[in-house]
Design a protein around this ligand. Structure first.
Ligand code: HEC
Ligand code: HEC
Length: 392
């Protein structure tokens, strides 16, 4: 009732203020124009995908939880999504609606595509949630982050990047924002598989008719696994092995491993982690997946048009692990504890060229032993914190 009255009021205000005042009321999720152009979809095919997405997930002002995907309710509640969505407003004392647009959209975009109005000026760019890939997490490389991982990012931000801490936002509101991030990620991943399905499984030019048996098949084979990956993330947490004591001998072995061929850290991070690896013979300029998505060898005309308006593609920069000069310390983006660094080395950094050195699945062998990983954690931490290292 209250909401309906509010909408009527807003509509009247629109008439009074003219069209400019109502732009918020027609906000739509942006189609992934790159993906659709890469796959050469027709306008009709694209529209059929948009219709399916609206039916499943609703709009930025009126989110929906698809009934076909019951496990989504384990990850996000409709009441939370409704409070995070929509324009910023307060209809009841103390309850703020539109939390996502208030706190996040200027960087991450209304769609969660990492293309908010301020994104262009940031390095790294704000995360594009639509791939469901996140960097600073505790799970196996290919797994989704846990709720605790996202909560931590929201509480502490990503130090050393534009991603701020939201410690001043209440725990309850952060909880709501996390659920909305998961919703946007699942919606984005759904868009990706639908585009893929239309491009590769349907006869050329045929639009998606998202109903009947075809709908059941797509939900079972493509959409349910997306949601299961999120719902099961908690079972795929990597627990660091017991940390051995840090010794001078271990540090020296770590330095050697850092420059050796098996770990190959120096090829990206430079001699003693000093950066500048770009000059080294075996360094190859590389891109994270969010940028790589747009590196198409022979872009068609539509894609050229889309890319011209898009954020400039940028190569990844392996971190410098020591600050030049005698001053500051290096702040790791994913947390500075030895446990955090262990996870960075064990599973690498998802979506980026930083490789995993531990096993990629429970029970498998990794590239390095636990002891070797700990030696590298200790030497990395010593460099970052400017601790004296034997032999320097
Ligand atoms: C001033 C810009 C800015 C604002 C505002 C902002 N972010 Fe971010 N966010 C970033 C940047 C930049 C990154 C990428 C950091 C990186 O790649 O290490 C990021 C990354 C993230 C990540 C990914 C972390 C990971 O593990 O990969 C999440 C989740 C996130 N932000 C959620 C939010 C939410 C929710 C809000 C609003 C409450 C928000 N952000 C507001 C800039 C911003
Ligand atoms: C193929 C290139 C590559 C190799 C090999 C590589 N890294 Fe990285 N590393 C990267 C990139 C790229 C980043 C930055 C990722 C980002 O933040 O987007 C990074 C980031 C890091 C970070 C920062 C983590 C944080 O929380 O910010 C540490 C520490 C690190 N690497 C250590 C190592 C060590 C130790 C090795 C060898 C065992 C290694 N790297 C091997 C590319 C590489």
């Amino acid at each position: 009732m209250r909401l309906a009255r509010h909408r009527r009021l807003a509509a009247m205000l629109c008439i009074v203020l003219g069209a400019g005042g109502c732009r918020d009321r027609v906000v739509e999720f942006e189609p992934d124009a790159v993906l659709r152009a890469v796959n050469g979809l027709t306008a009709e095919q694209s529209a059929s995908i948009d219709a399916a997405l609206v039916e499943l997930f609703g709009s930025p002002n009126e989110p929906r939880l698809p009934a076909d995907l019951p496990r989504m309710a384990e990850l996000c509640g409709l009441a939370a999504l409704e409070q995070a969505a929509g324009p910023v407003a307060s209809h009841e004392v103390g309850v703020v609606h539109g939390l996502y647009r208030r706190h996040c959209a200027r960087c991450h975009g209304v769609t969660g595509d990492g293309r908010g109005p301020t994104a262009r000026y940031q390095a790294p760019y704000p995360r594009d949630y639509r791939r469901g890939v996140f960097k600073w997490k505790s799970t196996y490389r290919d797994a989704a982050p846990t709720a605790a991982d996202l909560d931590r990012v929201l509480e502490h931000g990503v130090p050393g990047t534009a991603m701020p801490s939201f410690r001043l936002v209440s725990q309850e509101e952060r909880d709501i924002l996390r659920q909305y991030v998961v919703y946007l990620a699942i919606r984005g991943q759904t868009e990706r598989v639908l585009v893929d399905f239309v491009a590769n499984e349907l006869p050329a030019g045929e639009p998606l008719e998202f109903e009947g048996d075809l709908r059941d098949e797509i939900v079972a084979d493509y959409l349910t696994p997306i949601v299961n990956r999120w719902a099961d993330a908690g079972t795929l947490v990597v627990e660091p092995s017991p940390e051995p004591p840090r010794t001078d001998e271990g540090l020296l072995v770590g330095v050697e491993a850092f420059h050796g061929n098996i770990a190959g850290c120096a090829a990206c991070h430079g001699v003693n982690g000093q950066g500048g690896a770009q000059g080294m013979a075996n360094y190859q300029v590389d891109y994270d997946i969010w940028n790589r998505d747009r590196l198409v060898l022979k872009p068609n005309e539509e894609l050229q048009r889309v890319l011209a308006r898009d954020l400039p593609v940028r190569p990844t920069t392996p971190r410098e692990l020591v600050e030049p000069g005698s001053g500051g310390l290096v702040i790791p983006h994913g947390g500075a504890s030895t446990g955090d660094l262990y996870r960075r080395l064990h599973q690498g950094i998802a979506g980026t060229p930083m490789p995993a050195y531990g096993s990629l699945r429970p029970g498998e062998r990794g590239v390095l032993s636990e002891q070797q990983i700990w030696n590298l954690v200790h030497i990395t931490k010593a460099w970052m914190e400017k601790d004296p290292v034997p032999g320097d």
